[in-house]
Design a protein around this ligand. Structure first.
Ligand SMILES: [Cu+2]
Length: 127
């Protein structure tokens, strides 16, 4: 009876130790491995005034496979058009609009204010 009690304690120690070791060993590779390429979400806030980007980057660099979201705040009614992907967002003055797409094709794709044909910048999709 007492022997069983000792065995039970040893078993408990082994189980607790095993779980501890499993947590340590499973945490270590995760922290040493670099972030895999692709399947990353990238958000770019853009403020447009007088047909120019006044806040935000003009070259938006992403990797192929990324999900890209542009959040656009413009001071006039317009349409933001991304060439190549041929996606666009209707812009209402001083109201944030979003344009989301998956960067499935690599290359450089200009975006513009469609109504006035004003080129604002470009999305660069790295292969
Ligand atoms: Cu266009």
């Amino acid at each position: 009876m007492k022997h069983n009690y000792v065995l039970g304690l040893v078993g408990l120690v082994l189980i607790v130790g095993g779980v501890w070791w499993w947590q340590i060993s499973s945490a270590m590779p995760a922290s040493s491995v670099t972030t895999p390429v692709g399947a990353v979400e990238k958000d770019f806030p853009l403020t447009i005034a007088n047909k120019k980007i006044t806040s935000g980057m003009t070259t938006l660099s992403v990797n192929k496979g990324d999900t890209v979201t542009l959040t656009i705040l413009c001071d006039e009614d317009e349409e933001l058009h991304l060439h190549g992907y041929d996606v666009s967002a209707d812009l209402t003055a001083n109201t944030p609009a979003t344009l989301t797409f998956v960067a499935s094709t690599s290359g450089r794709f200009p975006f513009e204010l469609e109504h006035s044909k004003t080129e604002l910048g470009a999305v660069e999709v790295n292969p």
